[in-house]
Design a protein around this ligand. Structure first.
Ligand code: NAP
Length: 241
């Protein structure tokens, strides 16, 4: 009855992570914001791998809703354990700082950083009790180097990298690891407005990455193979720093 909760599991990188973790023997809780039909497709793909999948729609930025949905799930599924949490849900609302609207700042920080806090807080206590858990945060190259036009996104992702390092030290004794993956340019709907032909020349590998290439590293961090790694951020960026 071991479960992995993947936020933003309906599309892109989150979808690939759901399928990868199902291949590794996890049942999957697929969180998403609104795209039910996409989430249903992921559920079918997980079931195809022989694992159970449940849809868990909620807005990770909304603390009350997150607590209500996860609290209700825990109450009605006492025999099931969330062993792996992947904080993947994220949005971007790019703008130069000078022109940035307050809601562009707030929305991006609320989903990436607020979402990390809301969901992790709700799941952590049970992991501590079980003395077992894996938390994997999907951050970004933006959070490591800062990218112009993305002060909101860079700040939110850098904050999650800091939180990853801090929380890793808090819970290491409880056999819980906390790590992050930092993708560069990955082909998903989030990057469909970015022209790969134009940008690939700056990437040493001369191509965008795939969601599956990110998911395999997340799978590694969820597996026993990474049992002595914690507080780490692994870049997946084709050599672009
Ligand atoms: P994507 O294709 O736009 O998918 C975003 C996913 O997040 C969807 O499943 C969406 O659900 C969900 N989501 C958005 N807001 C949410 C909210 N408030 N509550 C719950 N779920 C929410 O994005 P992606 O490219 O796969 O990105 C996934 C993660 O990787 C993000 O954290 C992103 O910042 C990070 N990342 C991406 C890249 C890249 O190049 N693509 C690079 C670095 C980092 P719905 O389907 O319901 O909308």
């Amino acid at each position: 009855m071991k479960y992995a909760l993947v936020t933003g599991g309906s599309r892109g990188i989150g979808k690939a992570i759901c399928i990868q973790l199902a291949k590794q023997g996890y049942n999957i809780l697929i969180n998403y914001a609104s795209n039910k039909s996409a989430a249903e497709e992921v559920k079918a793909a997980v079931e195809q791998e022989g694992q159970a999948a449940e849809l868990l729609p909620f807005n990770v930025a909304n603390r009350e809703e997150t607590n209500q949905v996860l609290g209700e799930w825990k109450k009605t599924n006492v025999e099931k354990k969330i062993e792996v949490l992947v904080n993947n849900a994220g949005i971007k609302k790019d703008n130069l700082m000078m022109w940035m609207k307050d809601e562009e700042w707030d929305d991006v920080v609320d989903v990436s950083l607020g979402g990390f806090y809301n969901v992790t807080k709700s799941v952590l206590q049970d992991m501590v009790k079980a003395k077992n858990g894996r938390i994997i945060n999907v951050v970004s190259l933006s959070g490591l180097k800062g990218l112009p036009g993305q002060t909101n996104y860079s700040a939110a992702k850098a904050a999650v990298i800091g939180a990853t390092k801090a929380l890793a030290q808090e819970v290491a004794r409880r056999n819980i690891t906390v790590n992050a993956v930092a993708p560069g340019f990955i082909k998903t709907e989030m990057t469909e407005s970015i022209d790969e032909k134009e940008y690939k020349s700056i990437i040493p590998m001369r191509r965008f990455g795939t969601a599956e290439e990110v998911a395999k590293v997340v799978g590694f961090l969820a597996s026993d193979a990474s049992s002595y790694i914690t507080g780490e951020t692994i870049s997946i960026n084709g050599g672009l720093y």
